[in-house]
Design a protein around this ligand. Structure first.
Ligand code: ZN
Ligand code: ZN
Length: 269
C-alpha cells in the first residue's frame, strides 16, 4: 500500500509571477522559473498492492487545474475535496465537471463526488448554479462521508482565515497505520491546536516570508510564523505551500521546514 501527494500548484491567490509585477521573484519566475507557481491544488494518489485498487483524490480545483492535470500520466479523479470557496481554490471546478460529464458519456454510471463542509457547499451551489445536471458531479456534505478516501479517514476542521473569515483544513488518518497528516493551505492565528499535534506531515500555507503588517487585515501565515507553528505542534515534517512572490525558493527555507514547488511528489505517511 502506498500513497503519494502531487503538488499541482503551490502559489497564493495571485500566482507567481503576479502578471503585473516586476519584483525580482516575479522576474525570476518568468525566466529560469524556480519560483514559477500556479494556484494551490494537490492530488493524492493511492495504490493498494493487495486489492489492486487505485484511487486519486483532488484537493481544491485551482484556476489552472486544466494545465495542472494535463501534465499527469494518470488523470483520473475519483473524488474532490474543497477546503473553502475562495476563487483560487474553486475556479477550476467547471473543468472537473466537464471531464466528469465526458467520462459519464463514455462509460455510463460515472460519478465523481465533491465533498466539502455544509457551509462551503451552500456557496458552491450558488456559484456553480450553471452546472444544471450534477448527477455525475454531485456536491456532498463531508459530514455524511463515512468511508475512507484513498486509504485515509478524512476530517474537515474549521480554521481561522483572518480577514477572510474561516477556511477548512483536512486531517487525514491512515486506515492501516493510523499515521496522520494535514493539508492546511489557508490559515492564520490557529488557536485550537489540539487536533494538529505531532502530525507525521503538516502541509501549511505561508504566503510571504516575513509579513510586516499587523495580524488583522491578513489571512495566511508568513514563513517565519508557519515555522514557529510547526515547531509548536511538533510536526515530524512540514512542507510549505500557498506561497506568494514574497517567498523566494532560491533562498534556503528555515531549518525545520521545506518549500513545496509545482510538480513535487512526496510519499505520504
Ligand atoms: Zn488561497
Ligand atoms: Zn482563501
Amino acid at each position: 500500500m502506498s500513497a503519494q501527494l502531487h503538488f499541482l500548484g503551490t502559489s497564493d491567490a495571485k500566482g507567481v509571477p503576479r502578471w503585473w509585477c516586476t519584483c525580482s521573484v516575479c522576474n525570476e519566475a518568468r525566466t529560469t522559473g524556480r519560483n514559477c507557481r500556479r494556484r494551490a491544488s494537490a492530488l493524492i494518489s493511492y495504490n493498494n498492492d493487495i486489492t489492486k485498487q487505485s484511487e486519486q483524490v483532488l484537493i481544491d480545483a485551482s484556476p489552472e487545474i486544466r494545465e495542472q492535470l494535463s501534465t499527469l500520466t494518470n488523470k483520473h479523479i475519483d473524488s474532490v475535496l474543497i477546503s473553502h470557496p475562495h476563487n483560487d481554490h474553486i475556479s477550476g471546478l467547471a473543468d472537473i465537471a466537464m471531464w466528469s460529464h465526458y467520462l459519464n458519456e463514455q462509460q455510463g454510471n460515472f460519478v465523481c463526488p465533491l465533498y466539502s463542509p455544509r457551509d462551503v457547499i451552500q456557496v458552491l451551489e450558488t456559484r456553480f448554479g450553471f452546472l444544471k445536471d450534477k448527477a455525475n458531479f454531485p456536491f456532498i456534505h463531508i459530514e455524511s462521508l463515512n468511508e475512507p478516501l484513498a486509504g485515509y479517514e478524512v476530517q474537515a476542521i474549521e480554521v481561522p482565515h483572518g480577514a477572510n473569515g474561516s477556511s477548512y483544513a483536512f486531517l487525514f488518518t491512515s486506515v492501516s497505520t493510523k499515521k496522520r497528516w494535514a493539508y492546511m493551505s489557508d490559515c492564520i492565528d490557529l488557536t485550537d491546536l489540539e487536533p494538529w499535534y505531532k502530525l507525521d506531515l503538516l502541509i501549511l500555507g505561508a504566503s510571504f516570508y516575513k509579513e510586516n503588517q499587523p495580524l488583522e487585515g491578513r489571512s495566511v501565515y508568513d514563513v517565519l510564523e508557519a515555522t514557529a507553528l510547526s515547531q509548536q505542534l511538533r510536526a515530524k515534517r512540514t512542507i510549505l505551500t500557498h506561497m506568494g512572490h514574497g517567498v523566494d525558493r532560491r533562498k534556503k527555507a528555515p531549518a525545520s521546514v521545506s518549500y513545496a514547488y509545482d510538480g513535487l511528489v512526496i510519499d505520504l505517511p
